[in-house]
Design a protein around this ligand. Structure first.
Ligand code: UT7
Length: 321
C-alpha cells in the first residue's frame, strides 16, 4: 500500500488594504491600462505595519486547521516558504509554531522565492513518505511590499502581500488521492535575473527586489511548460487527465501560455493574479484556498501546481485532491 500525502486543510489571509492600479498610477509613471494588459493585475493587498510573515502565516494556518477540524497539537511539522521573514533567525516557522500554541513537533523555513511553496510542499511530502511526520502544515507567507523599490515601475506594480496554508496528512489508502509526484529545479547561473540586492549579510546594499522582467518571462514560459510535461510523463498521465491548473500567479500571460500547452480551457485554471498580484510563495496556497472553499475543485480531481522564481528555481507538484 502506498503512503501518500493528502491535502486535508486550506486557509488564507490577505491584508485589509487594497491598492488599485489607479492609485499606483497617481504616484508613479504607469497606468491601469499598462498594468492590466501586460500582467492581468487590477489590484493587490498591501500589509499594514503590524502585518508580518509570522502574523499572516499564523492567521492562514489557523484557518487551515479549522478547515481540517484539527488542533495545532495534531501537527508534527511546520514548513514556511518565505523570502520576507520577520527576522534572519529564528525561522518564521518556529515563530508561527509559538503563535499557534504548539509545544511539540518542529519547524523550519524554505527560501526559494516565488517557487517556495512548491519546494515546501515537496519537502513536506518527503517527510510524510519517510514516516518522519504524519501531518505537516505548509505555509507561504510574504510581505514583498517591504522589499520593493517603490520608485521602480518595472517591479513595484507586480507584487502584493498575503499568506496561504495547507495541511498534508499521511494516507495509507489505495484510492489514488494525494501528492502523486513532485519535480524541483534550480539554475544558479540565472541568479541575477531576479534577486534581492542585499540582506542582513550585506547591509550596505539596498535590500530591494531587482528583476530583468523580459528574461524571467521567457524562462518562465519555457521551463514551466517542460516541468509540467516532466510531471505528467513521470506518472504516465497525459494532459487530458488534468482537471485543474493552479499556477504561481506572476503574470496572466505566463499562466495562459502554460494552460494552452496543457489544452486547458480558462475555466479550468485558477486565477487570483487579477486581485492579489504576485504574492510569491503565498500565491498557490491562496489560489487553492479560494478554489477549494468555493467548491470549484472537488475531491478526486487532478491538480497540477507549478511555479518559477528567483534562483532561478522552478518546479511542479501533481496532486489528486
Ligand atoms: O514570480 C516570479 C517570476 N516573475 C515573473 O514571472 C515576471 C516575469 N515578467 C513579466 O511578467 C513581464 O516581463 C513584465 C510584466 C515584468 C514586463 O512586461 P513586458 O511586456 O516584458 O515589458 P518590458 O519589460 O519589455 O517593458 C516594455 C515597456 C518598457 O518601455 P520601453 O523600453 O519599451 O519604452 C518599460 O519601460 O514598458 C515599460 N514599463 C512600464 N510602462 C508603464 C515597464 N513597467 C512599466 C509600468 N508602466 N509599470
Amino acid at each position: 500500500m502506498a503512503r501518500r500525502s493528502r491535502l486535508v486543510g486550506v486557509g488564507g489571509f490577505l491584508p485589509e488594504r487594497i491598492v488599485t492600479n489607479v492609485e499606483l498610477a497617481s504616484k508613479l509613471d504607469t497606468s491601469d491600462e499598462w498594468i492590466r494588459t501586460r500582467t492581468g493585475i487590477t489590484c493587490r493587498h498591501i500589509a499594514a505595519p503590524h502585518d508580518t510573515a509570522t502574523s499572516m502565516g499564523a492567521a492562514a494556518a489557523a484557518r487551515a486547521l479549522s478547515y481540517a477540524g484539527l488542533k495545532a497539537s495534531d501537527i508534527d511539522a511546520i514548513l514556511v516558504a518565505t523570502a520576507t521573514p520577520d527576522q534572519a533567525f529564528p525561522a518564521t516557522a518556529v515563530r508561527i509554531q509559538a503563535e499557534l500554541g504548539m509545544t511539540s513537533g518542529f519547524g523550519y523555513d524554505i527560501s526559494s522565492a516565488c517557487s517556495g511553496f512548491v519546494f515546501a510542499l515537496t519537502t513536506a511530502d518527503s517527510l510524510i513518505r519517510s514516516h518522519q511526520a504524519q501531518r505537516v502544515l505548509v505555509i507561504g507567507s510574504e510581505v514583498y511590499s517591504r522589499i520593493l523599490d517603490w520608485s521602480d515601475r518595472g517591479t513595484c506594480v507586480l507584487f502584493g502581500d498575503g499568506a496561504g496554508a495547507v495541511i498534508l496528512s499521511a494516507s495509507e489508502s489505495n484510492d489514488g488521492r494525494g501528492i502523486l509526484t513532485t519535480h524541483l529545479h534550480s539554475d544558479g547561473q540565472l541568479r541575477d535575473l531576479l534577486y534581492v540586492d542585499g540582506a542582513v549579510g550585506q547591509p550596505e546594499k539596498s535590500g530591494k527586489l531587482r528583476m530583468s522582467g523580459r528574461d524571467v518571462f521567457r524562462h518562465a514560459v519555457e521551463k514551466l511548460s517542460s516541468s509540467v510535461d516532466e510531471a505528467l510523463s513521470s506518472c504516465h498521465l497525459t494532459r487530458e487527465n488534468i482537471d485543474w491548473l493552479v499556477p504561481h500567479q506572476a503574470n496572466i500571460r505566463i499562466i495562459e501560455r502554460v494552460a494552452k500547452k496543457l489544452s486547458l480551457p480558462a475555466d479550468r485554471v485558477v486565477i487570483t493574479v487579477d486581485r492579489h498580484a504576485n504574492t510569491s510563495a503565498a500565491s498557490i496556497p491562496l489560489a487553492l484556498d479560494e478554489a477549494i472553499r468555493d467548491g470549484r475543485i472537488r475531491e478526486g480531481e487532478l491538480i497540477i501546481m507549478e511555479a518559477l522564481g528567483g534562483g532561478l528555481t522552478w518546479g511542479t507538484v501533481l496532486m489528486r485532491l
